[in-house]
Write a protein that binds this ligand. Structure first.
Ligand SMILES: Nc1ncnc2c1ncn2[C@@H]1O[C@H](COP(=O)(O)OP(=O)(O)OP(=O)(O)O)[C@@H](O)[C@H]1O
Ligand SMILES: Nc1ccn([C@H]2C[C@H](O)[C@@H](COP(=O)(O)O)O2)c(=O)n1
Length: 418
């Protein structure tokens, strides 16, 4: 079978491969060269047989869905002794050059089963399989690109040597965030759902609800105040109290009208799920424009949530792997209505956990992840603080509900014409 993956992968030897060794951002970076050379130190410690599986199809919806299901597929098919680590391959500094996949360390007794599974996968146009061989001196590793032959004895079409590469300044996912994780205009988010219509019929229903008018330049008569924060920081409690205290209208993003489809899109890969949430903001913005001509408007989550969760999920590891402060990735979409004030509620992790347990409700997958993964929580909160246009005002939600309400009412007085 002819593979067009070599051209898709760009110049193979210019690429950097970045393996997330502990799934917490400890990256092992390497490049490839045609001359035999010593592999990076971390690579030399590897004892197992190794493979990489990269997803590089032309159709972004199909590739995103394929990658999303790939971990489960590999876990189901491969021997249990195969360790799977996320791997990215990219051209340094080249936007949208990132390709994702998995790096496999196979410690099983049955190498032929692993090769059979990978051989079958390699037949797909969307997948590129490589194996890695340790040289006789133990210090050299070579990479062989599989040609996708149906023959179980893999047809090796290109051999390169694994060499150290420079550390990237930021997580490689940063290269592909725009229009894959974060959408900076309605048209780009709509495009994703239009491309998904055949496989996700609910996309049509969502698209029908999204208006076409640009209300971003419209300046509402009454203030629009957005309340943001992680789960259980007190957004619902505060927004209800603000509604009463100000005689305000209460809106949320995603809006109520998207509720029937939210669970469907929550099961989709980030490309599709984030486009859904982005469009939810445009629907809420239309409602804001209308309501704010009659009364103050309070909004439970909006653009800060959409951008921050998307950015924080796309990278792994510590806060330093986020796009740097001031990066255009934290910008406000120019066609999205800006609120008068954004308040970010922050809470000590222990108190947040206590409130979550006291509430005793189910959590979304992402919110469960927050509990398990302190680093993720820190990334989301830091991304919140970095989003601009307007920037959020941070409020400690630790004091009593009444005290928090009074503090936010003061902020509204300071920032908004009432
Ligand atoms: N200032 C406060 N002090 C103590 N408890 C509070 C305070 N604010 C809210 N709570 C309680 O904490 C729990 C979580 O609050 P709430 O539901 O308002 O958070 P939330 O941010 O809206 O959560 P989610 O995003 O999951 O909807 C609730 O049981 C609520 O009664
Ligand atoms: N405007 C919004 C609102 C929510 N989200 C995403 C981010 C999290 O995955 C989840 C949190 O919502 P909750 O559980 O508090 O209802 O929804 C978003 O991206 N944009």
């Amino acid at each position: 079978m002819a593979k067009r993956s070599m051209s898709l992968l760009g110049q193979w030897s210019s690429r950097v491969f970045s393996i997330d060794l502990d799934k917490r951002g400890a990256l092992l970076n390497f490049a490839l060269t045609e001359k035999p050379q010593q592999a990076p130190e971390k690579f030399r410690n590897i004892q197992e047989r190794c493979y990489s599986v990269l997803v590089c199809g032309d159709d972004r919806i199909q590739s995103a869905r394929f990658y999303f299901g790939l971990e489960d597929l590999l876990r189901n098919e491969l021997p249990a002794e195969c360790e799977l680590l996320p791997v990215s391959s990219y051209l340094p500094h080249v936007k949208d050059s990132l390709i994702r996949g998995y790096f496999l360390k196979d410690a099983s007794e049955c190498p032929s089963l692993t090769r059979r599974v990978l051989g079958a996968l390699g037949l797909s146009e969307q997948v590129q399989v490589c194996s890695y061989l340790r040289g006789p001196d133990g210090g050299r590793w070579s990479q062989q690109l599989w040609s996708g032959s149906e023959n179980q004895n893999m047809d090796v079409s290109k051999t390169c040597y694994v060499v150290p590469s420079e550390e990237a300044n930021y997580h490689p996912s940063v290269l592909n965030m725009e229009n894959s994780d974060v959408f900076y205009c309605r048209a780009e988010a709509c495009k994703v759902l239009q491309e998904s219509c055949d496989i996700i019929p609910e996309s049509r229903a969502v698209l029908e609800l999204v208006g076409k008018t640009d209300a971003s330049r419209h300046s509402p008569d009454f203030p629009v105040v957005v309340i943001e924060g992680l789960d259980a920081t007190g957004k619902t409690t505060l927004t209800e109290s603000l509604r009463e205290a100000l005689g305000a209208r209460l809106l949320r993003s995603p809006p109520q009208c998207l509720s029937p489809w939210r669970a469907v899109f929550d099961r989709e890969p980030p490309l599709i799920r984030r486009a859904f949430y982005a469009l939810g903001n445009y629907i809420t913005a239309e409602q804001m424009g209308k309501e704010a001509s009659q009364a103050p408007v309070i909004v439970d989550r909006y653009w800060h949530s959409t951008a921050s969760y998307a950015i924080a999920t796309a990278v792994s590891g510590p806060v330093s792997s986020l796009p740097p402060e001031g990066s255009p990735l934290y910008r406000w979409p120019p066609d999205l209505l800006q609120p008068s004030l954004v308040v970010l509620l922050t809470l000590d992790p222990q108190e947040r956990k206590r409130r979550l347990e006291a509430r005793g409700q189910g959590q979304t997958d992402e919110e469960q992840e927050l509990d398990h993964n302190l680093l993720f929580r820190l990334r989301v909160e830091e991304a919140y603080r970095r989003v601009r246009g307007p920037a959020c005002v941070v409020v400690d939600a630790g004091p009593s509900a009444e005290k928090v309400l009074q503090q936010v009412l003061l902020l509204i007085k300071e920032h908004c014409r009432l």
